[in-house]
Ligand binder design. Structure first.
Ligand code: HEM
Length: 331
């Protein structure tokens, strides 16, 4: 083969390779321009509805970011979380991490129906979740990034996957890290993504045991600042008040910034899973210190880790389907 022939072949291969920020996934690629021809207004429509919802209630940004996380950790980013219980499907909304906790489903419904009007049967619910998480971050003052698209929606849900794969607030540091590693995420991703707790709220029931020495050894939780603990006890009693809400970042509760990491260094992380990032691993402690010191560094890493999470086992090509309604599989 002549040199010019091989040059032509390589040039042709490059020209037809999709522009892609991400790795190859089973059977296809995700790339930001996926809907540019089939639904050019898709991104604007998602943004405008998320913006309206966040303007009405700042917490909605946090709730939407969390939906994407809880979706991706169960069978990949395939919108399995959005399915309601019907027929053989048992909804992931019933799982321990989601019951009485996951929220924002009505906003996703509103986005989906606007998109179905604009370009029917085109934009997946899984892509809506990925875009809404990015937009929520930006609208709260956080960093932006381009979202690779082209995910398709699952035809099933996994209640056991939801119960087992999503870390619980009382899991040990090692268990949490293992759950991240099972998804292809590492300790850097764990610390950066935990930085999402710079916004949003938690219920009393998710951290009560830290306040009442329920660790079993009768010792106070020395990893929790005692003045802060006293303050929390006033609305999170030993029994009752399970659903009372507390901001995850008491300094700037609705602003996406690095104060979450500063709080951890002052022993004022709300969840045990937050505080263990500084008490159980020298590597994660170092990362927390870096992000606490340098907001820019956090803002650089967060999008990278979100992109990794958003690329967990997506359904592409002819796998799955584009749901017409995010709550039900197509008939
Ligand atoms: C590292 C392990 C993690 C654990 C154990 C954990 C646990 C929790 C818990 C217990 C809550 C409060 C839920 C409630 O009481 O109703 C919460 C809230 C939240 N989590 Fe996590 N989380 C983790 C990682 C993440 C990650 C990776 C993200 C995003 C990428 C995230 C985003 C959020 C957000 C934004 C909220 C506030 C939601 C709202 O206000 O509606 N979390 N998390």
């Amino acid at each position: 083969m002549t040199q010019s022939m091989s040059f032509l072949i390589i040039a042709a291969m490059l020209a037809f390779a999709p522009l892609c920020l991400c790795g190859k996934t089973s059977g296809g690629y995700l790339y930001p321009q996926f809907y540019d021809r089939t639904c050019p207004k898709a991104k604007e429509i998602v943004y405008s509805i998320v913006a309206k919802a966040v303007a009405k209630e700042a917490r909605m940004a946090a709730s939407l970011i969390r939906l994407h996380f809880h979706d991706c950790f169960v069978k990949g980013c395939d919108a399995s979380l959005l399915l309601d219980s019907i027929g053989a499907i048992i909804s992931e909304k019933m799982s321990n991490p989601n019951r009485n906790s996951a929220r924002g489903f009505e906003v996703i419904d509103e986005i989906k129906s606007a998109l179905e009007k604009e370009c029917p049967h085109t934009v997946s619910c899984a892509d809506i979740l990925a875009l809404a998480a990015r937009d929520s971050t930006v609208l709260s003052g956080g960093p932006s990034w381009e979202v690779p698209l082209g995910r398709r929606d699952s035809r099933g849900a996994s209640l056991s996957g939801s119960n087992n794969n999503i870390p619980a607030p009382n899991n040990t540091f090692q268990t949490i890290l293992t759950k991240f590693k099972l998804q292809g995420l590492d300790i850097v991703d764990l610390v950066a993504l935990s930085g999402s707790h710079t916004i949003g709220k938690s219920r009393c029931t998710s951290f009560r045991q830290r306040l009442y020495n329920q660790s079993g050894n009768g010792q106070p939780d020395f990893t929790l600042n005692q003045a802060y603990a006293n303050q929390l006890r006033t609305r999170c009693p030993r029994s009752g008040g399970d659903q009372n809400l507390f901001v995850l970042d008491f300094v700037t509760p609705t602003k996406f910034d690095n104060s979450y990491f500063k709080n951890l260094l002052a022993s004022k992380g709300l969840l045990n899973s937050d505080q263990v990032l500084v008490t159980k691993s020298a590597v994660s402690l170092q990362l927390v210190k870096q992000y606490a010191q340098n907001n820019q560094l956090f803002f650089e890493q967060f999008p990278k880790s979100m992109l990794k999470m958003a690329n967990i086992s997506p359904l592409t090509g002819s796998k799955g389907e584009i749901r017409k309604n995010c709550r039900t599989v197509n008939s």
